[in-house]
Design a protein around this ligand. Structure first.
Ligand code: 03F
Length: 208
C-alpha cells in the first residue's frame, strides 16, 4: 500500500476546524518517512518536525477536551502566555505548518509533472520551488546552508516515488495518482492552518 494513502488526511468539516487528535495521529507518520530517504543529512529536519509534533501533543494531552481543535489551543495559549504567539504549541504549529506547506508544494509540483528536462530523474526543481515558497524567507544563511546540503542529498525522482510507495515497485503514473489523491484533503488542511494564523494575527516572520 502507498504510504500516502495509509496516512490520508480527513476531509475538513464546513467550519474548517481541525480535530487535534486526528491531526496529530496523521502527521506523526511523517517523520519516519525521512528514514527511507537514506541520508543522515535529513536528521535535523526529521527532529525539528517530530519535536514540534511532540510539543503540540504535550499540550493536547494535558486536557484533550479543552484542546479538542487546533484553534482552541491557540485561543487558550493567547490568554496564558504573555509572549504569545511566540510560545507553546502555537509556536510549534507555526513552524510545523511551514514544513507541511513545503511537503505540499513539493508533492503538487511532482504531481503537476514539473521537471528539469535535462535531468528528468532529479527533483531539485521541485524541492527548490517548495523551499523558496515555504521556508527560505524564515532562514538566515546558516540554515539555508543546511538546505543546500540536503538538496545535494535529495533522492532521485524514481527513488522518492518508490519511497512514497513504501519501497514497492509501483508505476510512476500510479504513484502520482496517489499523490494527487493525498493532496485532496491535505492541501485544504494546510490552507486552513495558515488561514487560522492570519485570522488570529498569530503569524510571525522572524528568521532563524
Ligand atoms: C526553526 C527551524 N525549523 C529550524 O531551526 C531548522 C531546521 C532545519 C531546516 C532545514 C531546512 C531544509 C529543508 C529542505 C529539505 C529538502 C529535502 C528534500 C528531500 C526530498 C523552530 O525551528 C522550531 O521548529 C520551533 O519548535 C522552535 O521553537 O524559534 C522555533 C524557535 O524554532 C524550520 O525551518 C522547519 C523546517 C521544516 C522542514 C521540512 C522539510 C520537509 C522535507 C522533506 C519532506 C519530504 C516529503 C515527505 C512526504 C511524505 C508524505 C507522507
Amino acid at each position: 500500500m502507498s504510504l500516502l494513502l495509509d496516512n490520508q488526511f480527513k476531509e475538513l468539516p464546513p467550519d474548517k476546524s481541525i480535530d487535534t487528535k486526528l491531526f496529530l495521529d496523521t502527521v506523526s507518520h511523517l517523520p519516519s518517512f525521512f528514514d527511507c530517504l537514506g541520508s543522515k543529512i535529513f536528521s535535523p529536519i526529521k527532529s525539528d518536525i517530530s519535536g514540534n509534533i511532540t510539543k503540540i501533543r504535550g499540550v493536547y494531552v494535558k486536557d484533550p477536551e479543552k484542546y479538542a481543535t487546533l484553534k482552541s489551543i491557540l485561543e487558550a495559549e493567547r490568554e496564558e502566555h504573555a509572549e504569545w504567539p511566540k510560545a507553546g504549541a502555537t509556536l510549534a504549529l507555526m513552524w510545523l505548518k511551514r514544513g507541511l506547506r513545503f511537503i505540499q508544494i513539493l508533492l503538487q509540483s511532482l504531481a503537476d509533472g514539473e521537471k528539469d528536462e535535462n535531468n528528468p530523474n532529479l527533483i531539485k526543481v521541485n524541492v527548490t520551488k517548495a523551499y523558496e515558497q515555504a521556508l527560505k524567507k524564515y532562514h538566515r544563511w546558516m540554515v539555508q546552508g543546511i538546505f543546500s546540503a540536503a538538496l545535494v542529498a535529495a533522492p532521485y525522482r524514481s527513488n522518492f516515488l518508490k519511497a512514497l510507495s513504501k519501497g514497492e515497485e509501483v508505476k510512476e503514473e500510479d504513484c502520482l495518482a496517489n499523490v494527487r489523491h493525498f493532496l485532496v484533503n491535505y492541501t485544504p488542511t494546510v490552507d486552513a492552518i495558515y488561514e487560522m494564523y492570519t485570522d488570529m494575527n498569530a503569524e510571525l516572520d522572524y528568521t532563524v
